[in-house]
Design a protein around this ligand. Sequence first.
Ligand SMILES: [Zn+2]
Length: 408
Amino acid sequence: MLIESIVRFTLGIKDHRVVSVKFEGNELRISLDARKRRKLPCGLCGRRSYVKDKLKMRKWAHVSLWGIPVFLYYQPRRVNCPEHGIKVEAIPWSLGKRPISFPLITVLAFWSRLLPWEQVAGLFNVSWNTVSAAVEAAVEYGRERENYKGVRFIGIDEISRKRGHTYHTNVYDLERKRLLWSGAHRDKDSLRRFFQWWGKERTAGIEGICCDMWQNYIDVIHEYCSEAVTVLDKFHIVRHLIEAVDKVRKMEAKALQETDPQLLKGTKYMWIKNPWNLSDKQKIRSSELLKMNLKVVKAYLLKELFRKLWSYKRKGWAARYLKQWFWWATHSRLKPLRDFAWMLRNHEEGILAYFDLRIDNGIVEAMNNNAKVISHRARGYRSEKTFSLALIHSLGKLQLPICQHRFS
Ligand SMILES: [Zn+2]
């Protein structure tokens, strides 16, 4: 029968045959059996071995046909492997113990990188949990085939979920621009879990780590990877500086409320944005304001002067400039700038380490935007575990399972 040949073709089976295809209870039931008197591959090593016995019937969800759910039924055989003893055969359409066929995993995992999981579930007539299980299987599959050799520079960053109510710690491979690991929260244990998974050997290969001035991360890096150079991410540093400038603006605007409430109105982004990104209208307004003796102008100029730090080629010169800037900021009589300067002083080593390795988390920013899209895409990742899974699946550059027939 035609449909049986199609099943055989799409599953790519040679040692098994289709016994029957039945339409029952609104589903298509495909019964499979092992061909008689044939050696089957051992589930552990793939070596062909004699069949010993069969196990009880198992059921796998398969790619639906014309919107009709399809299931595979089969009694797995146990083989007598000369090396491993009695083991379950390597079932060609199965991946581990999951009740989902390998082709279905492939199809669901492929579309889950592009669409919200609810939509994938609807498209293929399966439940949300099946999609989640398929993604989990695909990530496992991809990670088994990825040895992560030669990862030298990693970036650690957190992203917020649920409008900042919860955080996730993400670890990136800065050279190959991919997400290596993601886990809930941003406490010490979050990062410890990464290093435990990553293992001693691979940790020894890490030369540089880039992260924010977040003490939890810094402490755990010292605990597990003290050999590596810790570089504090320059984008995060600048973000802290921008916050300080904005605090000055707010304080001054408040002080001006009685005398000149219009003066600083709507200028927030003028002080924050890079000068070359201002609109023409903003440029005119800012050139007028810059002539005035304002606190926010002073803060703005300090921020612009700080930018020069990154252009130094030699660490010694950068250190000298940083000292100079520290003096300016601490004598500026602007508390937010002074606080920022002291924060720099306390993290000087990590800031200047940039000039040893020149790594930053620039690519992480771009990837985090993708992560945010993923996060918005599904209000329902339901748990932290599935959210991490979705991130790794989409940003991990892992190999997807490949099957003989492309269903999509
Ligand atoms: Zn074996």
